[in-house]
Design a protein around this ligand. Structure first.
Ligand SMILES: Cc1ncc(C[n+]2csc(CCOP(=O)(O)OP(=O)(O)O)c2C)c(N)n1
Ligand SMILES: [Mg+2]
Length: 544
């Protein structure tokens, strides 16, 4: 068998369903070995699209998403999507063909040191130097990518090694380590702190979703009567409609939920990652007593000094602590929750056009079922989605908040629909982020994947304008003009609709979902709401 064939057998052994990528010269042997394999190859129109597809596939399934490129420019095009997965804790394995080992010691056409290029953005970056090590490398790459905290593995595969014969080797058994149970003394200490707390608050992060601890989180909160705020990447880990939910934290401005953190004496961080929401933003005076419950130890930060760290399986930790801690007699954040819910629904009947961000998010929620998946791109629209979209289930509102790269929306939606074909998949994107990877509309249509692309049209880099206005009171270099998005969609063979009045959005979204193909919805947005929010939150008097 050739090394490339063994390589593909190893990928099959890992349970790989899809491989996203662009064929090239230096991966000819790998592409050929895929013929007849149960692995479905999805040919994309840009390697960045392939990497974002692998990113979102990994985040939604917990199994590493796989992407492939050729050497040099193909591999550099993978970098952004790959780094996004790595910093968002999504398991991903990227493979690049490479020039032959006989020309890697000198200046040579398209040859770059890819192992070093990927080193700082991966957990494991390696070159296949000999055919005999293929099975070990593939197993190690998947193990590293999928182990807590998940991230990226990069495999550089020189073309002459891929073509070599290898005898007597086969894929290695897939084994995954179980997260150990937390130490009993730590459970007791956490329970004591919680029992003595006067105003405890939970901050749930993406670790809860990765650790499948959503039900345990809700049971913990209910048993102890403690309110829960989630980070952007943990939306839905407690249903937004739950009476103990305080919505989403992470907006840098002092939002309503931040009032809860101002008051809290004990903050219980569960699966929380400071990459999303820096502790100085919610523990500026370092007065909070922090309990860290996660699968891995806490990162070091002067604003994140622990009172108690409970490291182990999150389900086990939550059950064990809830069994012994004393519940709070009342939920002091009740009035805060009431204010937050009122704020979430305030624009339901706002007919202004261009539409307010708040009304767009509310109509979007009405158009989608609780299990449907929405993927946000990155921009001002992401802030509004994070703040206001009411997710009822985990992994139904995907937001990149580690690396936070524009361009994830369209390719991410392709992967989400492949992973969950029965759920409606919709991406919310800015007009700038949309054009960064809109070429993947062709991929989606070619492979028969339906999705709705809701473009918030402001002809600007809206988030940057928001920051410029906030900091300097004026803006610069953020305007651009857009193509006609309806005709652009139609030129691919997709459908396109333009929203011309606020009352049209909901029926247009319902129609777009029913169309069951790729549909672009062009929705003008009024971002004067951005600065209004900044001003309102600047003057916020806490309701508690
Ligand atoms: C790849 C990448 N480039 C630049 C940025 C910085 N950035 C964040 S949001 C943003 C503007 C996004 O504009 P648009 O997609 O139109 O969304 P809007 O803010 O208007 O909703 C920029 C340039 C980024 N996060 N990712
Ligand atoms: Mg924009």
């Amino acid at each position: 068998m050739k090394a490339s064939e063994l390589f593909v057998r190893c990928l099959e052994n890992e349970g790989v369903e899809y491989m996203f990528g662009v064929p090239g010269e230096e991966n000819l042997d790998i592409m050929d070995a895929l013929i007849g394999s149960p692995i479905k190859f999805v040919t994309t129109r840009h390697e960045q699209g392939a990497a974002f597809m692998a990113d979102v596939y990994g985040r939604l399934t917990g199994k590493a998403g796989v992407c492939l490129s050729t050497l040099g420019p193909g591999a550099t095009n993978l970098v952004t999507g790959f780094a996004d997965a790595n910093m968002d804790r999504a398991p991903i394995v990227a493979i690049a063909g490479q020039g032959a080992t006989t020309r890697m010691h000198k200046e040579s056409h398209q040859v770059l040191d890819l192992v070093n290029l990927f080193e700082p953005i991966s957990k494991y970056s390696v070159e296949v130097r000999e055919p005999e090590i293929v099975a070990e490398i593939v197993r190690k790459a998947f193990k590293a990518a999928e182990a807590e905290k998940p991230g990226g593995s990069f495999i550089d595969f020189p073309e002459n090694v891929a073509a070599m014969e290898v005898d007597g080797k086969e894929p290695l058994k897939v084994q995954s380590a179980r997260t150990p149970v937390p130490p009993p003394d730590k459970v007791e200490q956490a329970a004591r702190l919680i029992s003595a707390a006067r105003y405890p608050l939970v901050m749930a992060g993406n670790g809860v979703v990765r650790g499948n601890a959503n039900d345990a989180l809700v049971a913990f909160a209910e048993k102890l009567n403690i309110p829960v705020a989630t980070t952007f990447m943990a939306k839905g880990s407690i249903p937004s409609s739950h009476p103990l939910s305080l919505g989403t934290v992470g907006l840098q401005a002092h939002d309503y939920v931040a009032c809860g953190f101002d008051r809290a004496d004990v903050v219980i961080c569960i699966g929380y990652d400071m990459i999303e929401y820096h502790p100085y933003l919610w523990n500026h005076d370092k007065s909070a007593k922090i309990i860290h419950i996660d699968m891995s130890p806490a990162e070091v930060d002067e604003h994140y000094i622990l009172e108690c760290g409970v490291v182990g399986d999150i389900n086990e930790s939550l059950h064990a602590i809830a069994a012994v801690a004393e519940p709070q007699q009342e939920m002091p954040a009740r009035s805060l929750r009431e204010t937050i819910v009122e704020e979430l629904n305030a624009h339901a009947d706002n007919n202004a056009f261009p539409m307010t961000p708040q009304r767009i998010v509310l109509d979007l929620r009405k158009a989608l079922e609780p299990d449907d998946i929405v993927i946000s791109d990155v921009g001002a629209h992401k802030m509004w989605m994070a703040r206001m979209y009411q997710a009822e289930r985990p992994n139904t509102c995907i937001i990149s908040n580690g690396f936070a790269s524009m361009g994830i929306g369209v390719p991410g939606a392709v992967a989400a629909k492949l992973a969950f074909p029965r759920q409606t998949v919709l991406t919310v994107t800015g007009d700038a982020g949309f054009l960064m990877n809109s070429q993947e509309i062709e991929t989606a249509l070619r492979i028969g994947v339906a999705m709705v692309i809701l473009v918030w049209n402001d002809s600007e880099y809206g988030l940057i304008k928001w920051h410029q206005e906030r900091r300097f009171g004026r803006d610069t270099q953020i305007d651009f003009s857009n193509p006609d998005f309806v005709r652009y969609a139609e030129s691919f063979g997709a459908k396109g609709y333009r929203v011309d009045a606020a009352a049209e959005l909901l029926p247009v979204l319902k129609q777009a979902i029913a169309d069951d193909t790729v549909v672009v919805v062009d929705c003008p947005v009024d971002y004067s709401e951005n600065m209004k929010l900044t001003e309102k939150l600047g003057k916020l008097v806490c309701p508690i």
